[in-house]
Design a protein around this ligand. Structure first.
Ligand SMILES: NC(=O)c1ccc[n+]([C@@H]2O[C@H](COP(=O)([O-])OP(=O)(O)OC[C@H]3O[C@@H](n4cnc5c(N)ncnc54)[C@H](OP(=O)(O)O)[C@@H]3O)[C@@H](O)[C@H]2O)c1
Length: 191
């Protein structure tokens, strides 16, 4: 069973802010849909709550420490190992051989040691944020494909204002940079 991570991460490691995405990149959402459709998904409780509704056509497996949590349209798992067991079961029932882990921070961190693949959208900008992709030793991974993605008509610019120190979203906005790269990376072969 392949365990994949699917993430969009900014240059500064940010993946989220205030319980949502710090950007709107509609074409990346389409890529996310394509990569995850028909598969069991493992996500943290906050990521699930950031969705407007459960993701259709996919098993929404939500990791929480609250065994009484009963979200509509989702299966809860009290811990990552439990989520993995449920996801394997769901994958077998669906006849698919991939489980997608879709965040956030600690769920990615728990999945990294067993992950076979990372689908990473690099968002070129450094927005302020409060959720980060965990540190990864990228030397242990190799690119298997890389695609420059043009900015689509419904893609926000990452708009930021440079202040002393970190770049933060502000009122007096200037366009900083936009662009993203879809990268598929797999563990480097043992030497
Ligand atoms: N850019 C991206 O690709 C991407 C992907 C995903 C999310 N995001 C963003 O990231 C933010 C959400 O991520 P987050 O890191 O703050 O939260 P999260 O990982 O989605 O959720 C955290 C919660 O998950 C549960 N949890 C995590 N690990 C667990 C474990 N081992 N055992 C039991 N429960 C566990 C806990 O829920 P309980 O508190 O219920 O116990 C914990 O409070 C949002 O801003 C979202 O938009 C971005």
């Amino acid at each position: 069973m392949i365990v994949s991570l699917v993430v969009a991460v900014a240059d500064n490691g940010v993946i989220g802010r205030d319980g949502t995405l710090p950007w709107r990149i509609s074409s990346d959402l389409k890529t996310f849909r394509r990569l995850t459709m028909g598969k069991p998904l493992i996500m943290g409780r906050r990521t699930f709550q950031s969705l407007q509704k459960p993701l259709d056509g996919r098993d929404n497996i939500v990791v929480t420490r609250n065994a009484d949590y009963r979200p509509e349209g989702a299966i809860i798992a009290v811990g990552f190992e439990a989520a993995l067991a449920i996801a394997r079961d769901c994958a077998t029932k669906r006849g698919v051989d991939e489980i997608a882990v879709i965040g956030g921070t600690s769920v990615f961190a728990e999945a990294l040691p067993i992950a076979d693949r990372i689908y990473k959208t690099e968002v070129h900008g450094s927005p302020a944020g409060d959720a980060f992709f965990p540190p990864v030793d990228w030397h242990a991974w190799e690119d298997v494909s890389r695609e420059e993605l043009p900015r689509g008509p419904n893609d926000d610019l990452v708009v930021v204002r440079r202040e002393d120190g970190p770049l933060v979203v502000g009122e007096d906005l200037m366009t900083f940079k936009v662009g993203r790269t879809g990268v598929e990376v797999v563990p480097a072969k043992a030497k």
